[in-house]
Design a protein around this ligand. Sequence first.
Ligand code: ADP
Ligand code: MG
Length: 247
Amino acid sequence: MAKTTGPLISIRRLNKAYGTFTVLHDIDLDVAEGEVVCIIGPSGSGKSTLIRCINHLEAFSPDSTITVDGTRVAPGPALAKVRAEVGMVFQSFNLFPHMTVLRNVMLAPMRVRKASPEDAERKARELLARVGISEQAEKFPGQLSGGQQQRVAIARALAMEPGVLLFDEPTSSLDPEMVGEVLDVMRKLAGTGVTMIIVTHEMGFARQVADRVIFMDAGRLVEAGTPAEIFDNPREERTRSFLRAVL
Ligand code: ADP
Ligand code: MG
């Protein structure tokens, strides 16, 4: 990835509305290269919308600015560059059901990066090993458990060698016994210096892995700090009452 001096992701006065309903109010956020940021907050507080704005899966107010590695996020030709730089892992995996696990991971590098099939396959097998599912390469997504499918989705996102990975509640649709294996993969990634922004309800994971925790409520970034600051000593009453309810 091209080195820039400033933050990898810079969000300034991000506003977004659906009709007359404002979903995001003046969000300011910088994320440095290698940083792991966890976003917590009640359902409907705008967490998904915020991270979906980063690769412009959601449009936002034109007087707001988001830059990714120095490129401004806006409709137009530069958007492909941003999207190649930003990997996304969703709650619902979104794998292609008619393709094998291996093909799922090979597809984007071949289509977007014009990788040769040989290179794409070598890379895909390497990534499947990294997320611990080498032996599932020739299966179809429907033959895998939810936890395995989510690990494929992480490998698929990594195949594009993104500068940042966005996760939107990656363990929320998993059976409880599969949450740990996905969090383990994410913890390992965080340890290798991958920049990550993670929306999660897993407070133990956030406390352990995040460099910074952000609490959102009603479309606002209420409070940001280290895990110790947010979990042990929150400044805002809204943060305290949320944590009382979930911890
Ligand atoms: P979170 O991820 O924190 O649960 P979301 O970002 O999904 O919150 O949603 C924030 C708010 O935006 C919610 O009140 C939700 O109902 C509203 N919202 C999300 N998508 C749409 C949409 N397409 N049209 C109208 N309102 C929406
Ligand atoms: Mg959400």
